[in-house]
Write a new protein. Structure first.
Length: 319
């Protein structure tokens, strides 16, 4: 079968550019191995697009995609990608894009709004405060006491960077001093327990919760950028070594989170199985990492699905 060409778009002006680029290269290699036509597109810092070593404006890229009856697969971590802005442009120009809608992306980029949505559906989430650092400080003054440890993380960016474990007031003060007051953060309760990540993909006519991955930290106390992307930073066990009942509960929670947030095609839900055996959702990612060491490729492999097979099915049944 001849497939519509895929235009893999990776994001340059982002603090996660390296991860985006590695993911795009990995997906490209998988498609190349089964002779699926595709192009590799990089976005420059001035919002131009590099296609076949040519720098072109956005509308020229759209023209190329329309001419070849192509589709976009975005591996765009951070602003303009995960927040739905790029998807909204594609929607406005009727360009097919293999990801959630711009509205759903915007929701899932906003961690606090996502938590509220999940909580309304009966899903456990951590308690926390949202705001700029000065706003959070004002809120803390009204509280009688703080229960440490706490987690401080960006509200609308990836949580791999600027992620802080707060054990005491000194840690909190030091973290506040390192953060500009023009960004929104979440100060959350720390949930102790086993950490898992579960992907959900649209495949073979239905949404499938993939085999869960357990994240076992080996060098740090948090699953931050160092633990996530440096060799030996953590041990990732796929499928997780849990009882069938726990595995099923993790998958059910991922599916429920996916549908509650209106996700499409793919998502990844990060969660904790706490010390009371309750599943607590930390966040959901609608454009998850796709590098050779990312969770989704490992979980697809465990489920007997190749990245290329997934992409081909998406193209054949694109919406």
């Amino acid at each position: 079968m001849d497939y519509s060409p895929i235009f893999i778009v990776c994001w340059w002006p982002s603090n996660e550019r390296e991860v985006s680029l590695r993911g795009a290269q990995f997906v490209s290699a998988q498609l190349k191995s089964v002779n699926v036509a595709h192009s590799f597109v990089e976005v420059t810092s001035d919002l131009h697009f590099i296609l076949d070593e040519r720098e072109i404006p956005f509308f020229s890229l759209l023209s190329e995609i329309h001419k070849h009856n192509g589709v976009i697969y975005p591996i765009m971590h951070g602003a303009y990608g995960e927040d739905g802005i790029f998807a909204s442009l594609c929607e406005a120009m009727s360009v097919p894009i293999l990801c959630s809608s711009s509205t759903a992306l915007a929701l899932m980029m906003d961690k606090d709004a996502t938590k509220q949505k999940l909580q309304s559906a009966g899903i456990w989430v951590p308690f926390g405060l949202r705001g700029t650092i000065s706003e959070i400080q004002e809120e803390l003054w009204t509280m009688e006491e703080l229960q440490f440890p706490l987690i401080l993380k960006p509200n609308d960016e990836g949580s791999s960077q600027d992620l802080f474990l707060i054990d005491n007031l000194e840690d909190l003060s030091a973290a506040f001093k390192n953060i500009a007051d023009d960004r929104e953060f979440l100060l959350e309760e720390y949930i102790s327990g086993r950490e898992f990540s579960v992907g959900v993909v649209l495949y073979d006519g239905k949404y499938i919760a993939l085999p869960p991955t357990e994240i076992i930290l080996t060098k740090t106390k948090l699953f931050d950028y160092e633990a996530k992307y440096n060799v030996g930073g953590c041990l990732e066990v796929t499928p997780a070594e849990c009882s069938p009942d726990i595995l099923r509960s993790l998958q059910e929670t991922a599916l429920k989170s996916h549908h509650t947030c209106g996700a499409n095609y793919i998502s990844r839900t990060d969660m904790i199985l706490d010390d009371n055996w309750e599943i607590v959702v930390l966040e959901i990612n609608a454009i998850p990492g796709m590098t050779e060491t990312s969770f989704i490729p490992a979980q697809l492999k465990s489920a007997g699905i190749t990245v290329a097979d997934l992409m081909k099915w998406w193209i054949e049944h694109r919406e």
